[in-house]
Ligand binder design. Structure first.
Ligand code: DGI
Ligand code: FE
Ligand code: FE
Ligand code: FE
Length: 187
C-alpha cells in the first residue's frame, strides 16, 4: 500500500485546491459521523478523503476506461457527475492502490446513493453534503437532521437532489431515483 503522505500527494496533484479542501472537509465530517454511528473512524477518514479523487479526470480518459475496463456501456450516455463515483473507483484502485471493498463501494455510491447503503456508504454520502464548505439553502437543516439520524439525512439529501435535478430539467440516473424511493418516502 501507499503511505499516507503519498496518497495525499497524489490526491493533491489530481485536483484543484478548492476541490482538495472539500475532500479534507468531507474526511473530517466523515470522522465525526463515524464517531456518532460507531463506525471505524480511520476508514471513514480515508473514504471521505478520496471520494472525489477522480472528479477532474478528463472526459476522454473516462470514455476510454468505460469502453475497455468492463463497465456498463450505458455509462457512456452520462457525464462526469455520474462517472466520478462509479468509474472513479477504477482510478482510485489504479493510482492510490486502495482495494478495500467497503471504501470503494462508498465512493461508488457517493453521488447517487443506492437502494442498499452500508453505514460507510451513508457516512460518505452525507459528509459530502454537509461538510463545512457547503453553503446551499437548507444545509443547516441537513446538518441538524444528519447529526441526529444518519438515515433521515440520506432521505433528506435524496429529496433535495431530486428537486434540484428536476428544477434544472436534468436527467435522473435510475439508481438515484430507486434510492429516493427507498430512503425519502414518508412512512
Ligand atoms: O462531487 P461533489 O460535487 O462533491 O458532489 P456529488 O458527487 O454529490 O455530485 C453532485 C452533482 O451530481 C450535482 O451536480 C448533482 C449531480 N447528480 C446527482 N445525482 C444525479 C446527478 N446528476 C444527474 N444528471 N443525475 C443524477 O441522478
Ligand atoms: Fe463527488
Ligand atoms: Fe453528494
Ligand atoms: Fe464531494
Amino acid at each position: 500500500p501507499l503511505s499516507s503522505a503519498e496518497i495525499i500527494a497524489r490526491e493533491q496533484s489530481n485536483m484543484t485546491a478548492d476541490r482538495f479542501e472539500h475532500c479534507v472537509g468531507v474526511s473530517q465530517t466523515a470522522v465525526r459521523l463515524a464517531e456518532l454511528n460507531h463506525y471505524d473512524q480511520d476508514k471513514a477518514a480515508l473514504a471521505g478523503f478520496v471520494h472525489d479523487y477522480a472528479k477532474q479526470v478528463p472526459v476522454s480518459e473516462y470514455r476510454e476506461v468505460i469502453k475497455t475496463q468492463g463497465f456498463d456501456q450505458d455509462l457512456l450516455n452520462w457525464n462526469r457527475s455520474i462517472w466520478h463515483g462509479i468509474v472513479g473507483v477504477y482510478f482510485i484502485q489504479r493510482d492510490l492502490k486502495i482495494n478495500d471493498e467497503e471504501i470503494l463501494t462508498a465512493v461508488s455510491r457517493h453521488t447517487t446513493a443506492d437502494v442498499e447503503m452500508t453505514t460507510l456508504d451513508k457516512i460518505v454520502y452525507m459528509a459530502d453534503f454537509i461538510e463545512p464548505g457547503r453553503s446551499f439553502p437548507g444545509v443547516e437543516e441537513a446538518r441538524k437532521i444528519t447529526y441526529a439520524n444518519l438515515n433521515e439525512g440520506v432521505g433528506y439529501q435524496l429529496a433535495h437532489t431530486l428537486e434540484f435535478l428536476i428544477e434544472k430539467r436534468n436527467k435522473i440516473y435510475p439508481r438515484t431515483l430507486n434510492a429516493y424511493n427507498v430512503w425519502s418516502i414518508k412512512k
